[in-house]
Unconditional design. Structure first.
Length: 357
């Protein structure tokens, strides 16, 4: 009986040992043990392609692992740098205009109408290509060089900050007319650049009209006759009245006496005020009936503001001051500040260069 009991105990012990062994085999490594393995061992590839496991004890051969490789020969390589930044960026400047401009030398006897007819343009277009003519008409004298534009309009020099829209608005022309004029060579987005010259088809150059300052301006105390005598007794008419030259130029020696064309009150007698210095020394007489007379480029002024002068009274001497290309006097007759042609208002006739009574 005792022997059977011992046999049963041995069998139970064997079963328990087997059960514990199964549990031990089925249990995975703990995270700590895995970390120890990864820390102590390293998989490397030898020169002959074999894989070894290196540990603290040295290299241990392992199974040979084949690493898949693929040749890139023949595989197309795409290159697209459309959005890549330029290594040396430069601001893009549009094309410069290319205008077919003729240089013409003025001959003796030429007038704006004669020159304009010769080239098939309007007389105002002469000013459109030569804006300095509005400042000093004597530049139209014999021997002077003019720029003749290929079509009617204005050759506008672009200033800083200007745009196609602002230029079109200045001359009251459609923007499309400027863009569509091929020699301007404008490209989208139609930028213009300072210093370039843009043709404005159909535009008319503006003529600046200077008026005396109104501050402390004397009031006319007399009324003139409404008729006008010649301001000088001799001289050569060098420029007549044109749309862009609203006066009469008479060439004569410096120091020639100048006379008031009608009775009136001197309202200005000094250098032309402000930045507009073209007139030089200037006398303005208000005749009390809407008319005013101007005497410019003088060498001497012999009257003062507020002084009453009679028709034909000596008021100063001719000269070459201001923007002037030679000794002459520039005279204007204005009615309600509108400039009239003095040739139709001054008594007497003009024959050649001499002014006859």
């Amino acid at each position: 009986m005792l022997q059977q009991t011992n046999q049963v105990r041995l069998i139970l012990a064997a079963i328990l040992a087997l059960f514990l062994l199964l549990i031990l085999v089925a249990t995975p490594f703990s995270e700590t043990e895995q970390a120890d393995v990864s820390t102590d061992q390293e998989v490397v590839q030898t020169e002959d392609g074999e894989v070894e496991v290196e540990s603290d004890d040295g290299a241990i051969p392992a199974e040979v692992l084949e690493i898949p490789t693929r040749s890139l020969d023949g595989v197309p390589i795409l290159s697209d740098d459309a959005l890549a930044a330029d290594s040396n960026p430069v601001m893009r400047i549009g094309q410069r205009p290319e205008h077919n401009i003729i240089t013409y030398t003025v001959a003796r006897g030429d007038t704006p109408n004669v020159i304009a007819e010769r080239f098939g343009i309007q007389s105002t277009t002469i000013l459109g290509g030569n804006p300095n003519l509005s400042e000093e008409s004597n530049l139209l004298g014999a021997g002077a060089e003019l720029r003749i534009l290929p079509i009617d309009g204005v050759l506008h020099q672009v200033n800083y900050g200007e745009t196609i829209e602002s230029i079109a608005a200045e001359y009251d022309v459609p923007v499309e007319d400027i863009i569509n004029y091929a020699p301007n060579r404008l490209e989208f987005p139609y930028r213009v650049y300072k210093g370039t010259e843009i043709m404005v088809p159909g535009a008319v150059a503006q003529v600046f009209t200077w008026t005396p300052p109104k501050n402390n301006r004397p009031r006319s105390t007399v009324v003139g006759t409404g008729t006008f005598v010649q301001p000088v007794r001799r001289g050569c008419v060098t420029q007549y009245f044109y749309p862009w030259h609203r006066g009469l130029d008479v060439g004569l020696p410096v120091g020639t006496p100048v006379y008031s064309m009608d009775r009136g009150t001197v309202i200005y007698g000094s250098w032309a005020a402000g930045s507009y210095y073209d007139y030089g020394n200037l006398i303005v007489v208000d005749h009390g009936n809407g008319y005013e007379t101007y005497y410019a480029h003088l060498n001497g002024i012999n009257v003062f503001p507020g002084q009453v002068v009679d028709q034909g009274q000596f008021i100063g001497y001719s000269g070459n001051t201001g923007r002037s290309s030679g000794p002459h006097i520039h005279v204007e007759i204005r009615f309600n500040n509108n400039q009239d042609d003095p040739s139709f208002l001054i008594q007497g006739t003009y024959s050649g260069c001499e002014i006859s009574r």
